[in-house]
Unconditional design. Structure first.
Length: 216
């Protein structure tokens, strides 16, 4: 995990002086930061099934982008944000020294989340690379074999608002959770817009778990 280099710390140092409001930091809301609380929060969100709730694992590059890009920061404002690397964790500890903050890297956190959910869930993995999808499915299934885990390889662009194979997959699986291997932020945004009208459950934007599974 990347350390906070001096030039990185200097680029965000003015923000450290901003007054914090409750669980907000850097203009963003980090609702829970420890492993146990974050696992329990996402399990409850999956159980609720009211609308689509996106989960972003925020790295240092994403945090810096949010600091300078108000549109991106506003989009993240509607997400559940989890610190995904050591650099973000260190910065959050500077502004919230009393909080129990952990690095929730998706390749470790997502398998733990599925293990934490002790009754069967329907999970849909989507992305462009069929081999990465299948490698991730095998890995997650090994961690929590009681879940139903399906895959959908998106052969064309990720969906807009028009009907797509994802509609059929959502109907066939009745997915509680979608885990996406999006190639960039634009794909994440299109997918989020699409699922806002079609999916009641969690959307985990977690390409790192597919990359890690594909490299094993």
């Amino acid at each position: 995990m990347p350390a906070v280099r001096p030039q990185m710390a200097a680029s965000v140092s003015p923000v450290l002086a901003v007054r914090q409001d409750g669980r907000r930091a850097f203009g963003l809301s980090f609702p829970t930061l420890g492993w146990a609380d974050s696992l329990a929060m996402l399990e409850a969100a999956a159980e609720l099934r009211v609308g689509c709730r996106a989960v972003t694992f925020l790295t240092l590059s994403g945090l810096l982008r949010a600091l300078i890009n108000p549109l991106y920061r506003a989009r993240l404002g509607g997400h559940v944000l989890l610190p995904a690397d050591r650099a973000v964790t260190v910065l959050l500890r500077l502004v919230r020294p009393r909080a129990a903050i952990a690095s929730l890297t998706p390749d470790r956190f997502v398998p733990s989340l599925l293990t934490f959910m002790d009754h069967r869930r329907r999970i849909l993995l989507i992305g462009a690379d069929r081999s990465r999808l299948e490698a991730a499915r095998r890995r997650l299934k090994a961690h929590a074999p009681w879940h139903d885990i399906s895959t959908l390889a998106m052969t064309g662009p990720f969906p807009g608002r028009a009907a797509s194979p994802l509609d059929a997959a959502l109907e066939a699986t009745a997915a509680d959770m979608v885990i996406a291997d999006a190639r960039d932020e634009a794909e994440e945004r299109r997918l989020e817009d699409f699922l806002a009208f079609r999916h009641d459950g969690l959307l985990l934007l977690a390409s790192e778990i597919f990359r890690a599974a594909g490299n094993n």
